[in-house]
Design a protein around this ligand. Sequence first.
Ligand code: SF4
Length: 151
Amino acid sequence: MSLLSRLKNAVRQRSIHVCYVDTGSCNGCDIEILACLSPRYDLEQYGIYVHNNPREADILLVVGGIAPQWQEKLLMIWNRIPEPKVAIAIGNCAISGCVFNRRDALIDPPASHIIPISAEVPGCPPRPDEIIKAVLSLAPVVFKDWEERHS
Ligand code: SF4
């Protein structure tokens, strides 16, 4: 393995940039993601940085049941994230629509119908430690030796 690949492996697993989009949630899942940033969970101690810039992201967190105005935007955001990248559905709404998955609701879940979802964190809402665990367990598997596997 080249020095550059070894360097990229090391950096990617210690500095994970997470872009977070809310596609129409009740804000319950948003609050749990925000709680990950609080001193109690201290997400950044693991080298995970949350922001809203897809061009600098490695992981996309998707929350909410996909409101109509989000169907095209979610794909657009996904396409702006450079490879290697993964998406994680956070909460039951992004996975199945949860309580909003009714005939008269405007949402159109799941997120996996629009972009490839690599992991799901169920719950209404999921706990912050479950969200952190999903990011930390998925990132090394996806990013390790990515160049070598895709060359
Ligand atoms: S999964 Fe539950 S908490 Fe999360 S957005 Fe849906 S209804 Fe709200």
